[in-house]
Design a protein around this ligand. Structure first.
Ligand SMILES: [Zn+2]
Length: 344
C-alpha cells in the first residue's frame, strides 16, 4: 500500500474530505506569515493534513523562551540560534517529506509582500503584529486571496476568516491599529500554550474548509476566547462591512504604497543604535508602559522619557513614541525587540 494512502486514511474516511478532497488539498498552496507559536501550530496542521505547498515566512531565530509554546522547535534549535523557518522546515519535512515547504527568512514588508503572498490560495496569520496584518489584508483584498486572522496573548485569543468580496475585511473590523505602547505582547504579559492551540485549531479547520471549497461551513464570525476566565464569544460580523472602507471599498492599499511609507526603523550611524518612529502621532502614557515593562526588566523613568534595560540592550522611549534601541545597529534585531516589548 502507498504510504500516503495510509497516511491520509483517516481523512479519506472523514466525509467532507474523502479521497477527492485529499487530492484537492495536495494541489493547494498556503502561506503562513510568522513562525512563532501560532505559525508553528498552523504549519504542523497544514503539513500533516497534506496541503501540497506550504510557504513559511519569519525574520526571527529560535530562543529558549520560545520552547514553552512554539511546537516545532527543540533545545538544539535554541542553542544554535537557528532561524525559525530553517528549524521549522527541517522538522516539517521529517513529518511529511512529500510536501513542498518553501521557507523564507524574511521580514514581510510592502517590498516583498506581493511576491510572497499573491500566488497562494490562502494566507494564514501567525504574526502578532497589527502593521503586518494590514499589509496581509491589503494583499488579500487586492489579489482576492482569503486569509485567516489569528492572535493570542496571555490566555486570550481571537480569530476570524476574511474572504475578500464576501466578508468585511480586516480594516472594516479594525479601522485603526492600537496606539503605540498600549498593546500587550507575549513578552510583557506572557502567554500560555493552550490558547495558541485553540486559536490555531479554528484557523486550521477553517483553512481546510476554504481549500476544499466548502464555503457553506466556513465560519466568518469574530471569535474570541479567554481560557482562564472561561469566556467564549462569536460575534456575527456579516453586517460590519464599512461602506467607506479605504481598503475593500476604495481599493486604496496604504500598506503597499511606497509614497505612504516613511522608513520607521533607522540605524544611527556608528552609534550601535536603531531609532524607531511611531506608526502614528502619539502621546505615550509612560506610567502605564513603565508598569508593564517593570515585570520583565529594569526601568528608569523621568517626566520626559523611560529607559528600559533587557539582556544586553537598552531602550530609550520618548513621550512622542520615538524609541532608541541601544546595543544593536541591526534593524531586524531592533524590530524584533520593539515588537516584543513595545508592540506594533
Ligand atoms: Zn474593508
Amino acid at each position: 500500500m502507498d504510504i500516503n494512502e495510509i497516511r491520509y486514511s483517516r481523512q479519506h474516511l472523514f466525509q467532507p474530505i474523502g479521497k477527492t478532497g485529499q487530492v484537492n488539498l495536495g494541489n493547494s498552496r498556503v502561506a503562513i506569515v510568522g513562525m512563532g507559536a501560532l505559525g508553528t501550530a498552523l504549519a504542523n496542521h497544514m503539513v500533516r493534513s497534506g496541503i501540497g505547498f506550504v510557504r513559511i515566512i519569519d525574520r526571527d531565530f529560535v530562543e529558549f523562551s520560545n520552547l514553552q509554546r512554539q511546537m516545532l522547535y527543540d533545545e538544539n534549535d535554541a542553542k544554535n540560534s537557528l532561524p525559525k523557518v530553517v528549524a521549522a522546515k527541517a522538522k516539517l519535512q521529517k513529518i511529511n517529506s512529500a510536501i513542498t515547504v518553501d521557507a523564507h527568512i524574511a521580514d514581510l514588508t510592502w517590498k516583498n509582500a506581493e511576491e510572497l503572498l499573491a500566488d497562494v490560495d490562502l494566507i494564514l496569520d501567525g504574526t502578532d503584529n497589527f502593521e503586518v496584518r494590514y499589509l496581509i489584508n491589503d494583499i488579500a483584498v487586492k489579489h482576492h486571496v482569503p486569509w485567516i486572522y489569528g492572535g493570542a496573548v496571555s490566555a486570550r485569543g481571537m480569530t476570524t476568516t476574511i474572504i475578500p468580496d464576501k466578508t468585511p475585511c480586516y480594516r472594516c473590523l479594525f479601522p485603526e491599529p492600537p496606539a503605540t505602547g498600549t498593546t500587550e505582547t507575549c513578552d510583557t504579559i506572557g502567554v500560555i500554550g493552550p490558547i495558541i492551540h485553540v486559536v490555531a485549531a479554528y484557523q486550521a479547520t477553517e483553512a481546510l474548509k476554504l481549500l476544499l471549497g466548502d464555503e457553506q461551513h466556513v465560519d466568518t464570525s469574530l471569535k474570541s476566547f479567554d481560557l482562564w476566565q472561561n469566556d467564549y464569544s462569536a460575534i456575527n460580523v456579516k453586517n460590519a462591512k464599512n461602506k467607506d472602507c479605504p481598503t475593500c471599498v476604495h481599493h486604496q492599499y496604504e500598506s503597499l504604497d511606497p509614497k505612504q511609507k516613511t522608513e520607521r526603523f533607522v540605524s544611527l550611524c556608528g552609534r550601535d543604535t536603531v531609532q524607531i518612529s511611531p506608526a502614528k502621532k502619539v502621546h505615550l502614557d509612560l506610567d502605564q508602559l513603565a508598569e508593564r515593562l517593570q515585570s520583565v526588566g529594569k526601568v528608569e523613568q523621568t517626566p520626559y522619557l523611560l529607559r528600559f534595560f533587557i539582556d544586553t540592550y537598552s531602550f530609550t522611549i520618548f513621550l512622542d513614541g520615538r524609541v532608541l534601541i541601544h546595543g544593536t545597529g541591526d534593524k531586524i534585531t531592533a524590530k524584533n525587540l520593539y515588537a516584543k516589548y513595545i508592540g506594533s
